[in-house]
Write a protein that binds this ligand. Structure first.
Ligand code: SF4
Ligand code: SF4
Length: 115
């Protein structure tokens, strides 16, 4: 059933995904693979993510979210640009929207106007 799988609406990244911090395991993993790019978006003291590390200002959105037009139905979808390296909090996210039935029409129109 289509509403039982991830609809790639991106809402988790635009909402819950904007209030996460890196874990110690994240930091060690990123260091071990040389994924330094993410340090630009990590608060050096609080370890909050999606922050300009230089100014401490919160970004408007996660810098790794990607947008594409799905060929099968021409729908705008969102996906993670760092799937294999994403923060533990993102990887562990359990989507209640999928269980409840993601309202994809409402969500895609909401975000496609802004992005
Ligand atoms: S909110 Fe749920 S359905 Fe939408 S992209 Fe995230 S995991 Fe998928
Ligand atoms: S790292 Fe990936 S899953 Fe996490 S908020 Fe960013 S785009 Fe979404």
């Amino acid at each position: 059933m289509e509403d039982q799988i991830c609809q790639q609406c991106g809402r988790c990244c635009f909402t819950e995904g904007m209030s996460i911090s890196a874990t110690q395991d994240d930091l060690e993993r990123w260091q071990s693979i040389g994924f330094d790019d993410i340090l630009k978006y990590l608060h050096p003291e609080t370890k909050e993510l999606w922050v300009d590390a230089g100014t401490g200002k919160k970004l408007k959105m996660c810098p790794y979210i990607r947008e594409a037009c799905r060929l099968s139905d021409q729908r705008i979808v969102f996906f993670c640009g760092i799937q294999d390296m994403k923060p533990e909090k993102c990887a562990a996210y359990h989507c209640l929207r999928v269980e409840l039935g993601c309202n994809i029409k409402e969500i895609s129109s909401e975000f496609s106007e802004d992005h």
